[in-house]
Write a protein that binds this ligand. Sequence first.
Ligand code: SF4
Length: 301
Amino acid sequence: MQTVIDKESGFCFGVKRAISTIERELAEHSEPLHCVGDIVHNEREIERLQGKGLVIIDSECLGRLPQGSHVLFRAHGEPPASYGTARDHRLQLTDATCPVVLKLQQRIKQAWLAGREHGVQIVLFGKKGHAEVKGLMGQTDNECILIENIGQVDDGRLVFESGRPIEIFAQTTKDPHQYADLIALIRRRADACRQSVCAHDTICRQMADRADRLRRFAGEHDMILFVGGTKSSNSKVLFDICRSINEHSYFVTGAADLRPEWLCCHPQSIGIFGATSTPLWLMEQVQEAIESMGRQSVNKR
Ligand code: SF4
């Protein structure tokens, strides 16, 4: 039995950058570093960083921290209100917002400012309540229209009438195929009323490329162990893709989730793939554990 980790999977550029910022700040400063929300949607990595002194707080707690407290904004970004709170309470801010998210925040804000006098409808394809989405919606004073799935195009939140142009953006980690389907449907509805539509390609390349890579990888192995976090939307999107290609795909948060019965079909090759929030060390632990399970099952036969 062969096991292979896709070393191109796991942490994306934005998450790597945020984690190394945290490690540097924790090494250079003795006071606690407060991160607003989970730094990555991966429970194991959070536990590791908490062990080094990171303190996770809710955004509601931001305004209750003592003046001068050290705060970090994570890769997902924050709405303008969080920057206001940090300023008003004289917090020492380290901003680890991913540059790709920052750029998207600026683009949405510009589109909203330029279009609000002209009845432009700003659409955001994203997951309600997701940290990045909150940060993006905050750029438009929460006026942008959030669409979570294609079924919501016709539920009345979007107005289809001439003179109401539409500009569409997507959360950086959305599935590119679903986004393309959503844009196509909105264009069809808008064309019928001679309404203009401008769709922006805002899905992160790290995410889009990863989906294609995973499709290939999932087809090359008898079994796939997908390592991700239960709170990660990126993990969910990628795992769904993985399962659509390879029926022997299993979602694990770590080595403890592995089940010996998965080896009953005697896979010859097992591929291990991580979400953008999955650390390499966790994939290596899963690899070691499945190899040891494989050895035990051979000994029993
Ligand atoms: S997926 Fe892309 S946009 Fe999101 S944090 Fe990673 S690099 Fe940044």
